[in-house]
Design a protein around this ligand. Sequence first.
Ligand SMILES: [Zn+2]
Length: 130
Amino acid sequence: MRAHDRNWRRGWYNHRRWHRIRRHQFNRQPLCETCLAAGRVTPAQVVHHVEDHRGDKAKFFLGELRSLCRASHETIHQRAPRPWIGPDGWPLSEAEQARLKIERSIKREDDDDDDDAGRRLVQPDRTHDS
Ligand SMILES: [Zn+2]
């Protein structure tokens, strides 16, 4: 598969630089920080961007990170659901949102170690990682 056939998110999450950052984050904090704050010791499984990078390459690679377990990561995203944004820059209709939610949740299995991968569509001017 050619690189530009993947969407930018897959591209960045597969990027060697991201793997390095991720490994570094797990070395620095191997435990879920949310669980730790609640007095539980849980191994971290997901590296989460504290600030939503929204397709911003600098934020993606340089943004503040948290080590989280999968459950804590899910909780964060369920607590703050955000609408998918269509190519025109406006949130999609309820029906579209519902359809994408189902579609994305099916795909989720191979998004294991990604931070919120595939949760949102991205505006077209930011889709290309050049
Ligand atoms: Zn946790």
